[in-house]
Ligand binder design. Sequence first.
Ligand code: EPZ
Length: 421
Amino acid sequence: MDKLLVQGPCQLNGEVEISSAKNATLPILAATILCPYAVKFVGIPDLMDVGTILKLLQSMGIKVSKHDHEIVIDATQLDNQHADYTLVKTMRASVLVLGPLLARYGQASVSLPGGCAIGARPVDIHLTGLEKMGAHIEIENGYIKAKCNKLKGAVVSFPFPSVGATENIMMAAVLAEGETVIENAAQEPEIDDLADFLMSQGVRIEGAGTSRIVIHGMKLSELKAPSKPYRVIGDRIEAATFIIAGIMGGGEVKVKGFNPSHLQYVLDVLTKMGAKFEIGSDYVLVHQSPRLKGAMIETLPFPGFPTDVQAQMMALMSLVEGNSVVTETIFENRFMHVPEMIRMGAKIQLKGNAALIEGVESLSGAPVMCTDLRASAALILCALVAHGQTEVQRVYHLDRGYEKIDEKLTKLGANIQRVRG
Ligand code: EPZ
């Protein structure tokens, strides 16, 4: 297992180009199951999770050709509608193949994703929605066995605005008979991007990005290949990670290639804390900021504070003046970065789903262990400014969702060495 050796403290300066969003790429690649023709993508990020979903599509007989960041996916023919545990267990987003498989073939056998480090992460909202559309679903030997004659459009009301469930029902609705309305839909920008991808092929969708989405079902033969290669939106979570790195590093960093309006809440909180930056149409330029003040944040579904930036924000808060409070409302176990940060000198107390952070003057390098994707990013941020060497272990967690983050940070002036393990 690779590890990263980070020498701190360092000041970051320069420009960084953000990759396309992992959490938009995964549902969009799953949606190609609906397409009886070849679809070309440009700018697809080189991530472990992207590799996993491409392997999953290929295991169904879908043709995939990849040249650097360009990918052509041809789902004209599929051999099977089976998503095996061996692949699904490494990436729970694989469950996103369920909706498109049911819509196009009326059957699917998809391994239950199982939990992950940050929580149980059930898929009940996905399954209830598909049953509402006429699917018959049973769980057998750890697999979701789903069947239907033809999905029917329905009004699907979610008890919680689940991102994945919204995406699964949207994709299922594309080939359902009639109109599907999703109420209490997730409003994340990645949902909007999935809708844009579907609409580029003639699908009629209203309200994507709002809490009520209407999808008009159509026939397979009515779908048309996009007129030009599709580019996924920039990754707002990676952008937030680099913006926070720029602030903590105390230099001048231009983070470009994403839509800052996708990070409005985060930028508002950082401004209130005293961070100085300029917001452009597709970049944020971080200026040197005085020592920031503490803040109170609570993670919420979009447009609230994103749970995927919670750990990175906590890294920043560990060094501000005064106290901060972070309340995690989305996942039940998303504080695993905390014990590792404490070992670097952070002062954090946990009380249920709340963390009280008392700002300290500095952190010190230490060997730390990655546990999940965003916790890993937070530990890297701490390591950049900690005094001495930090050995960050199990960086495969990081490689799942950040494309060459060590190379990008090195270009900004960080002292990071990857030790192949
Ligand atoms: C997506 O996960 C993202 N992953 C997550 O990013 C992100 O943290 C999450 O949305 C919330 O924004 C991808 O897009 C691939 P949810 P998803 O369904 O779809 C509960 C990262 O770091 N729930 O909105 O799984 C669930 O347990 C990853 O990039 C149910 O109870 O998120 C969780 O507590 C981590 N039943 C909450 O809802 C369901 O059927 C949010 O889940 C579905 C979800």
